[in-house]
Design a protein around this ligand. Sequence first.
Ligand code: FAD
Ligand code: UQ1
Length: 411
Amino acid sequence: HKSYKLVVVGGGAGGCATAAKFSSKLGAGNVAVIEPADTHYYQPMWTLVGGGMKRLEESGRPMSQVLPKKADWIKQRVVTFDPHKNKVITQDGQEISYEFLVVALGIQLNYNQIKGLPDAFETPGVCSNYSPLYVTKTLESLKNFKEGNALFSFPNTPVKCAGAPQKIMYISDQYLRKHGKRDKANIQYFTSLPVIFGIKKYADALWEVVKERNITVNLRHNLIEVKPDSREAVFQNLENPDDLKTIKYEMLHVTPPMSSPDPLRQCAALTNETGYLNVNKHTLQHVTFPNVFGIGDCTSVPTSKTAAAVAGQFGVMQRNLRLAMGGTSPKHQYDGYTSCPLVTGYSKCILAEFDMDGNPLETFPINQAKERRTMFHLKKDMMPTMYWNGMLKGYWEGPKYLRKLMHLGMK
Ligand code: FAD
Ligand code: UQ1
């Protein structure tokens, strides 16, 4: 039976940064990270992997190399939370006790909720940038594309990086043009949402992009089945649930339904009615257990789930956790900052940045709703280094100060 000052559950973007910061402050033996995966992936790169701009191997590093040396890595899956007793239980039955807990489990992919998946990924044309198992099939599907429908789905649940389901569509459009196949392709977006993007400023810009590129957008349609034998996808019209549309595909890019991770959802004491970790959206402290904090995709914070949001949350959470460890109440407040680099091709990007009220919160004093090459390079060439060397070591807290500097002298 092990016991720690701080236990971090999940060694992804938020968990790794947290473990780095606190193991360096508290010293060896005081911080544990519970994380089952061998490889830590920089998931934002998968959009570029799918489009053939990066290799899958470039997006991953051994977990042993990214987790801080001063933290104990418990290579296990947490299966049970017991916040009343300040402990968690792992799959192999270890009970790990904590004084403070940070939950950084990420979000769970539920491909199996779509009939025919995941098996259909073994068949031609079906791909998904959301998993390292299926992302390389995206480029393969583009290479093998002959003629027909190229379909891109957005599920009927919250997702991480809500722009990613359409980024790959724009990249695919450009790929097919480059290879002289665009006139043989009918590109269609099927989204469960009533809008193309949640923030009007960027939605307006994206409507221009789809018009110009000759892409069809079907709102309020949810992918419910893939039939690989006939190469058909079935979409349900959410406005009229009896209305099912069966459409042939040459290529189908799936964004899976997602949910809070099972072990978290199963602990009612920790979660809200939607199953996510119930934290105060400003302080990131749990609403009923003051020694529990949350960061990232697994929390109830009502902002778009991204690594950029994790960076912003990290600055606030680590300060508030330090105050809690010192016996005072949290005072730092998260504004909901999040960012979604909407890559629209092989050299262009709309850098959406906004807060939890849906107001744009842009870093640069230029209109970021415009497709720009500079933002593409920020996304493709600069962000990976900032992630591996800054964020995962606990040094990157988002572009807040850069934004203030950039806007000096402006309103
Ligand atoms: P994660 O980084 O997902 O980490 C969760 C960790 O918890 C994992 O290591 C997992 O193994 C571990 N875990 C799971 N279950 C258990 C368990 N039971 N016990 C212990 N550990 C467990 N964000 C951006 O900011 N910009 C982008 O351009 C962008 N593009 C994206 C494109 C794609 C295709 C995808 C998939 C994501 C993208 N994101 C982007 C989102 C970003 O990757 C996530 O929001 C971010 O990684 C969330 O960090 P996290 O720490 O909450 O979760
Ligand atoms: C960001 O901070 C971040 O987290 C590390 C991302 O995830 C990969 C991003 O995509 C972006 C755009 C940001 C924001 C950073 C700047 C400099 C605007």
